[in-house]
Design a protein around this ligand. Structure first.
Ligand SMILES: [Zn+2]
Length: 245
């Protein structure tokens, strides 16, 4: 008779939530970081350290890093189908690996970390097309502890069955706090891990209003005995350390 693997979230929580922010936008520094820290939360911020001046452009993220936020890998080039000059259709696995490795080298200079997660630009995890289409999830798995995609399910990630290198997330732009709380509650009911993908706060083409972010954060504070809110790499490390082989 086989027994189910034993797994539990920290401090008796029912599930986990990660708040992730893409592309190093100014509103994340000015609004998201302080709103999270006021409530004792830490998030994951995915940067693109591109260009010769990457060190100076990334320097404003040193304070959040030192405060305990995760600084994640989002590639230098940000290749995806929305970037018509730089789609993944013409890339090779060697090219995407070279970008990810150099991004990792640069981030490690300013933001050294034992564990770092990756976010697929535009949620796209394949290169090529048709007969040459290939997943680059195995490339991410060689270099980083976890990878955040989008996924097809609204339910979040089963802690033991999810592919840590192609995690589902909710694209939460334009959603109300009530919608988000509903997603979190559904996730908790299953004992799963929900990840929110956030871009600009009151900014950009995928905006999240600050008032909705704060309402969600206040809910997460009230539910701290039930919800473990932590960066992606922290949750992934917990899963790896607490799941049966
Ligand atoms: Zn992006």
């Amino acid at each position: 008779m086989s027994s189910a693997p034993i797994f539990s979230w920290p401090q008796g929580c029912e599930g986990a939530i990660s708040l992730t922010f893409d592309d190093g936008m100014r509103s994340q520094l000015e609004i998201a970081v302080p709103r999270l820290e006021e409530r004792g939360f830490r998030g994951t911020f995915y940067l693109n350290p591109r260009g010769d001046d990457w060190q100076s452009r990334c320097a404003s993220w040193l304070a959040p890093y030192q405060a305990g936020h995760e600084i994640g890998n989002h590639t230098m080039a940000h290749p995806c189908s929305l970037n018509t000059q730089l789609t993944l259709q013409g890339w090779t696995l060697e090219q995407i690996e070279a970008d990810i490795v150099e991004t990792e080298r640069r981030l490690s200079v300013l933001f050294p970390a034992n564990d770092r997660s990756f976010a697929y630009p535009c949620y796209e995890s394949d290169i090529g097309r048709g007969p040459t289409r290939r997943s680059y999830v195995p490339v991410v798995a060689r270099h980083l502890i976890a990878g955040r995609g989008k996924g097809l399910s609204n339910r979040g990630n089963h802690p033991l069955n999810a592919d840590l290198h192609l995690l589902s997330s909710w694209a939460v732009e334009r959603m109300s706090a009530w919608d988000l709380i509903g997603l979190v509650e559904q996730c908790l009911a299953n004992g799963w891990w929900g990840i929110l993908t956030i871009h600009g706060i009151n900014e950009g083409h995928l905006p999240m209003p600050e008032v909705e972010l704060c309402a969600l954060l206040d809910y997460l504070v009230r539910q701290q005995g039930r919800v473990w809110t932590a960066p992606v790499a922290t949750v992934a490390r917990h899963i790896l350390d607490h799941s049966s082989p």
